[in-house]
Design a protein around this ligand. Sequence first.
Ligand SMILES: [Zn+2]
Length: 739
Amino acid sequence: MRFLIVVSILATSILSNAQDVPGYSGKFNAIDRLLAPPNAYRTASGAPGENYWQQRADYKIKASIDENTNDLLGEETITYFNNSPHDLSFLWLNIEQNVNRKGNEDFGDVLGGVRDSINSLQMQYLVRPIDFPAGTDIQSIKDVNGADLPYIVNNTLLRINLPELLKSGENIIFSIKWKNYITDRAQFLLSREGYEYFPEDDNKVFLLGHWFPRMAVYNDTEGWQNKQFRRLGEFALEFGDYEVELTVPKDHIVAGTGTLINESEVLTKIQRDRMEKARKSFDEQLFIITPEEALKNEQTKKSGTKTWKFRAENVRDVAFASSRKFIWDAIAVELPTNTVMAMSFYPNEGMPVWNEESTNGVKQALEVYSEATFDYPYPVAISVNTSNIGMEFPMISFNGGRPVDGQISEQARRGMTSTIIHEVGHNWFPMIVSSDERKWMWMDEGLNTFLHQRTLAERYPQWSSTTPKDIIPFMMGDQKTLRPIMTNSDNDLLFQMGANFYQKPTVGLQMLRETIVGKELFDAAFKEYANRWKYKHPNPSDFFRTLEDGTATDLDWFFKGWFFTTETVDIELADVKWFQLKEEQAVVENKQIKGNSKRISGSGSGAKGEGFSDGPQPFTMVPTSSSTYRQFLSRLDEGQMRDQLSGKHIYELKLQNKGGLVMPVIIEWTYADGTKEVQQLPAEIWRLNEAEVTKTFLKTKEVVNVAIDPNQMLPDVNLENNVFPRPKQNDKFEEMKKD
Ligand SMILES: [Zn+2]
């Protein structure tokens, strides 16, 4: 999911150095105590174990939409396979639409309650003064012989009591009849689905998501994942095959998950011919329904209905969009192992930008994500236009953003395209790499945003994309309200979760890739994770372990700090000392004694923050006593050492960790001749003292400036203490006078 919110950040920063996390004793201690121990289901390397099991659910669904009453009537037959080693006496299914029933509007409170002035829409969110029916009515549940199965509804979850145990290894077939009240998307703050009404032409776009009762996950770590749906923690679902028949108004066009299997019954000859052409069109996107045809369609409403039939294999959900307003375009995208139809459905209100950006955005995402993980395996990838927010489903996403009076700012165009890439990207995380969204929002949003930003950076270089410095304002926020990434999905503030679950994991992965691990190894391990867990249910520990497994890099310190705490990065360059060895006059004059004992001294400075103007600091290097070498050790060639040091510069850097997070130290040296050199110290330099480190460097050239991470590869919250010599207040004043 993706929506635009203004993240309000308090300017004050309360930094704490030690956080009260169980097992967090020592930043370089093993992470083991924070993760579930490996077992036969999930191995210590992060892969599925030899006894890994997973449930499966196949669905046959028939449903119809009444566009006048907005009712959806449905009937489904579910075949549920109990692959677990346990016998089950009841089943849990999701009926998330019940969150929209009156009494569940706890979400309105995020707007801050009643104020002196509150707009009518916010008031509707808050207490719903204008009521309307919503949710799912269960009409009947029957077993394969037509006998009623008893059930209990607990808000967004439905429990079916089984007359006899569903034994391990067996399956059960049962049918549910239900009615959904399709609601106006404008009535809710986070409307993933519902209908959008267009008063100008009295038409609707129906967006069917989470619209049928579907199996909750039962697995080795959760048992039943039956936490209530509270709008933010999204979905945890099982894989299976679907056959869906949707009956809609006759002149509606339906876009949906899966392969349309009755094209000849629902598409015209012209549309089918165009589709056939599009299937071979890899360079040019073609219209299946043109803007003119869609305009005509929305003006001439036909009576009667039509049934669209779809089949989808190995998916965890299905979603559909239906309207007579749709323009439809398509292009074929060739991946190494699959040819995919990238398609978009949008009303004329989306012109002229939707035809330019949508299907192209789908294609870019398919290519970049496939390369980074595994080839997109499904036959279609669809983007449907909506008024606002973006929401993902297998093979189809509903994406917000349109021009106003045919005009769109570059920023809005970027936002819209970015949303399309993001939602298409969700096909990988969590639609295929099927993590538990209800528990860990970051596992799908974070990993997806990481690749979504990479797609933007690689395919849309003209637009900005996230880099580590973008997370600084969030990380400097009020520690009283900040929560770590490893927070359950529904337990973070609405106005912070975008930064915490989307952006912060993205930046974390960017740092691993660019700075800590390196691209080649990181990309291989990330790909390994995606391939190990495709069509399965990974947990955070499986991700952390696979990244270490695939890179031979101990990242426990990083995962602990970045994912389990709210500490910040603030490395201070506390002091720089400069030494230059200078041979004493007598020694220089008498080269014969070189190599024997003598005193080498320098002179100099380096007082805190004051610069290099006083020259190097004196010190003495005396010969190592022969007893230190012991009998069988070879001696240093002191003459050679003096040659190596002669005329060179020694710099001693004192670094302090002010933010709490240990990180690599990136040092940029600027030399007197104007050249620069960048050096990187690994995070492990902090492992003996997490607060302060002194490190000495030998340089051939004289240094005039030292800067820590000037290009902001890491989100250091305070750059002012990163530089030596520090800019003086007087210098700043002089500069201002010049302006
Ligand atoms: Zn998302």
